[in-house]
Design a protein around this ligand. Sequence first.
Ligand SMILES: Nc1ncnc2c1ncn2[C@@H]1O[C@H](COP(=O)(O)OP(=O)(O)O)[C@@H](O)[C@H]1O
Ligand SMILES: [Mg+2]
Length: 300
Amino acid sequence: MSSFLDELFSRRALWVTGKGGTGKSTMAAALALLASERGLRTLLIDVEANGDAARFLDAGAARYAARQAGPHLFHLALHPEEVLDEYLHVALKVPRVRRFGPIKKVFEFIANAAPGIKEVLIAGKVGFELRAMDGSRPRWDLIVVDAAPAGQVISHLRGPRTIQEMVDVGMIRNQTAWVRDLLEDPSTTGVVVVSLAEEMPVTETAELLAQLPKDVRTPVLGIIANRVIAVPDEAEFQEVASHADGTVKEATSLWLELAHAERPYVDQLKELGPPTVVVPLIGFDRHDLAATKLVADALK
Ligand SMILES: Nc1ncnc2c1ncn2[C@@H]1O[C@H](COP(=O)(O)OP(=O)(O)O)[C@@H](O)[C@H]1O
Ligand SMILES: [Mg+2]
């Protein structure tokens, strides 16, 4: 059993972030799959609502209402308008707006009037699902958030604080306080940062690690160095390269060169502090559930 995963799965909410394109949706899907395989009732929340994580699980398009993607595995996608609709309905008892049109206008109006509202709604939805009960037990053992890129994830986690700093109205303060408590409780919520072994993503990862503790108490539980070019047995690889010629020789030496170029960046990630796992570049044609299972195996 991986202690990295044990540590992650001892929490109730994981926010998977990182620079765009590093593999947030991939890792969110793989982590959710692994958690569900352990028997945890798992909800994958797609914050950007681009449907990637659901596609990586061969699940139907993610909607605002949770849909089942496999045994113990559910997913949903967040559209801020729908989150607002639910919030107005549940918290303020405003009758539900059935269609999307009007609520979108309401949302735009409110979002312009109150910066930070989108962030707090996203944070609030995660908090709401964390508190949801099925009878006497929590509906979800674990929520995996396919979160916003590194730059924005802090403002999501910080959403409740932003609102608290802006308004001091009792009702709103009370409603944001419990969300803040859940998202900033280190034993409940943690952040997982996905990076590539390249200069820009490593820099952004370091920046996020430096900035996050200044803004929220949510801990970074781990770093995933993704799509790392693997050379399982370098001696053997060199041997093959030395006897090969033509295209094979070129390919093997290019592979080695790339692997060597990445190494310092993997080391830099490992030195940042949080536990770091390395996931190799995996060859697959289509990123379907089978591909996600390969990524999940690498995470183990
Ligand atoms: N370990 C990996 N090996 C090979 N391809 C990967 C791996 N991880 C992610 N990918 C691919 O990289 C691309 C970006 O991943 P994605 O999860 O969509 O990134 P993000 O959500 O951060 O934008 C996708 O095409 C995905 O299939
Ligand atoms: Mg994504």
